[in-house]
Write a protein that binds this ligand. Sequence first.
Ligand code: IVH
Length: 702
Amino acid sequence: MDTRERYQQLKQEINFHLHRYHVLDSPIISDVEYDRLLEELKALESNHPDWVSPDSPTQRAGAAPADRFDKLRHPRPILSLANAFGADDARAWYERICKLDDRVERAKFTVEPKIDGLSVVLHYRDGVFVQGATRGDGEVGEEITANLRTVRAIPLKIPVQAMVDEPQTVNNAQLSMFERPSSTVQGLPSKLVVRGEVFINNKDFEALNIKLAEVGEKTYLNPRNTAAGSLRQLDPALTAQRPLTILVYQVVYWENDAAGGAQTFKLPTSQWELLQWLKALGFPVTDVARRFDSLEEAIVYTETWDKGRDALGYEADGMVIKLDDLSLAAELGFVGKDPRGAIAFKFPAREVTTRLKEIGVAVGRTGVLTPFAVLEAVEIGGVVVERATLHNFDYIAEKDIRPGDRVLIKRAGEVIPYVIGPVLDARTGAEQPYQPPQACPACGQPVEHFEGEVAWFCVNAACPAQLIRNVEHFVSKGAMDINGLGIKIVEQLIAEGLVRDVADLYALTKESLLALEGFADKRAEKLLEAIAASRAQPLNRLIAALGIHGVGEVMANDLSRVFPDLDALSKASADDLQAIEGVGPNIAESLVDWFVREANQSLLARLKSAGVWPSGGDPSLATRRSAVLSGMTFVVTGTLPTLSRDDVKEYIEQHGGKVIDSVSKKTSYLVLGENPGSKHDKALSLGVPVIGENDLRKMCGE
Ligand code: IVH
């Protein structure tokens, strides 16, 4: 083979691998092999600069920055879409077009994701990508060819072909698996103009932001704005650094001139076939498009994606329901810029902007100070939002979120709404950077910061803001387990001044309880009994109940095995504590810090005189290894590979889980062995997740 032939082959080979990687998501060579091919191509091009053609992979980057973008007139108007907000809107659209043409009643529909990106128009001349533009006003766009070339999912030459000759980079076995898109394509017009949406996949967007944060640069707000900004960079080298990709969904225009093109060429007549054809040419096309015989089926499909939209991997703001018959769609014409033959079925918005009135600070049970956004009320997906999380003070600083800012809010699924960041363009100049509080907003005591943690803490156990949650935690199931003390009663007890710290619980009398709303004899007696009974709780529970920062159930259990009572624990030095397995410097410091405080010492004294002074932990927990399974229930069926019935029960209990006999909807997991009984069927029918012994061990960190 002469070098010229080798050059042609290399171009084709590299474009083929780019397609495998960026469009099909299934590369067949490693990055190293790819780089080697590219190096070979570059070497040939530097020896023969006159060979370089626009479809060479080296032409993707490297164009010089522009001063401004030229205008490019689209060969046909680039239309928009009318919106439907729900199934009824979609049905109304259908009825409207049924009246215009009775063929609509028998029509099929193709449903595709409505990608939240940027519409672009790509021009191919004899299969070579020659020009590309933004949508602009729909008539004229900005010519951004150099930038679009850097998007590797955009084929520079179509059809993307498999290698003609024996490829040198893959063996024959792999070759037989090759898709040969070229063979399925019946011709190509000499001019072809397609339209697609440029965007950034969510995982690439997150990775990009992590990378930017690592080098101390500003992170981006959302994938769409980032994609838009990147495409309109005057320097293509900057565009090339952004993980842009594209999905193509429309042929805007085609033409055969006298000289070339397949003269018998016929464009597919349905949207569904058009998508297959585009895909066969090597264009990236959505793989979740479906064709349906009725609008109702199309609606059902659309609604499943509304719920599952996160699984798409990119931001979609709805699904597009399109009449499948392209000539019928074209005949229906358009209203303004919206074609009648398609409708955007919008998902409820997940991102909106509103004004950040102020930054509030809440104090949690453990004293952690959490900033939150107080917003001008705004609706997101049918819910009015006035508060949103700001995560922590580092987040506010990193995003430079300032009171008074216009901010972007996101509310996705069940996730609590959070502030993504400020809309910098909306700043007036009056907004001042935010300073975290130096004192607890509830008790005025200075706040503290523990090494290695993001949070700021109020460490005053008598802090009124912490009291409700402190008491709630003290009485909770995993702690002193006092039945009948719900949050409402705790609030009342505190509001009436009956409880100023948890030791006061043990001084409650029947009279004082009867004075509270909703208490009669029986209820008061029962509560007092439950409180009294909690004196018998073992030491580990009392330690956990104190709510010391970093000391949960497992740690409390470990401590209760070393220290006979709270006197001994309170005298332990940081070194003594660190000698215990699992206790690091932070927890040791936090314990010492807690016991040294006067308010906490007096609390201990009062607990002691109230008779709440257990010695020794719960002996049944002596072998407890972790609490990873706590709150979970397991049913075991069949013979497990290594654990006997008793062993597996013990194993689960050692990790805080519970084993029960029969499967119900509430069962967390069914552990399945060989020759299972009917429990397996029951678990399947109730949708209870089924795991094996290995999965169980993995859950426990083995
Ligand atoms: S079809 C005649 N299909 O949504 C064709 N548009 O709100 C009209 N979009 O301007 C467009 N994904 O930028 C179509 N699968 C898809 C789309 C899609 C995203 C964008 C497009 C359009 C906007 C309308």
